[in-house]
Design a protein around this ligand. Sequence first.
Ligand code: FAQ
Length: 309
Amino acid sequence: MTDESRFDAIIAADDKVEPGDWMPEGYRKTLIRQIAQHAHSEVIGMQPEGNWITRAPSLKRKAILIAKVQDEAGHGLYLYSAAETLGVSRHELVDLLHQGKQKYSSIFNYPTLNWADMGTIGWLVDGAAITNQVMLTRTSYGPYARAMHRICREESFHQRQGYELILTLMRGSEEQRQMAQDSMNRFWWPALMMFGPTDGDSPHTQQSMAWKIKRISNDDLRQKFVDATVPQAEFAGITIPDPDLRWNEERGHYDFGEIDWDEFWDVVGGNGPCNRERMDHKNKVWDDGAWVREAAVAYAAKQYARKSA
Ligand code: FAQ
């Protein structure tokens, strides 16, 4: 059996490819690109929420938000570790992000303007993230699939706390309801964009599905998310800002309006409302934290020297 036919057999049998296994170079590169982008998204995703920790309206909400932001850091670390099993270091990946050669999710380039955004991010952004990540627990690369199992459990808690926050606001004063609605109006379309371009405009989908890296296409995942979220919005009494949104009895799905793809590609291309701010902040904390990394390396070297002696 050749290396390639062994790889093909693993994929055909729905088994997992593991780090020591032979894999096509394109498979390895695609995984590094996707896992790194995913890891960077978790880390950059801490910024819009971190912005509200000092302004949380109660001790309980503050504790929840701190724990959630900390979870995102943890997700970034599992994912960088999964990427490292493909022969690339976390340091290299972070460098590529800083040089603008790797991406992170478009959603984190939108500002968080009111407290309800903390609910909307949990409900819609984590909700969209889980829709995508549940599929990734079945991805063909073992370390990525295993990281996803743990991440999905935490994301599902994040989603519920976000929805609960929105329900609380919707049951509150008129001002609170308006705040929640304003947040929904700003985040609905960017949340739909998280699933990526339409299948027809997605250069990677076909090959990634053949390799079983992706198990469901961008458009099908987006539809799943819309179908799950509309009843939740109706229950909360919040309006989704899409006049074309309606149940289609024949299809058994909700129809929804056209996404502004010019806006999507603008944001992906670095020109969204907060792209520069997010990267400036990321670069600054990386530089400010250099002494911590140096101290950790010096400490590890000392421990190693002591042990060897
Ligand atoms: N933003 O051919 P496709 C989270 C790029 S985690 C930016 O369809 P693919 C947790 C794409 O990279 C959220 N770029 O690509 C959290 C490609 O560019 P390239 C992150 C995007 O990979 C919650 C080009 O467009 N989740 O939120 C986006 O097959 C709350 C063509 O696209 C993941 O990363 C986008 N939205 O499918 C944290 C999940 N969409 O590289 C804090 C893993 C597409 O050719 C708070 N990733 N692009 O230059 C995936 O499942 C896939 O990578 C897709 C894109 C589905 C995102």
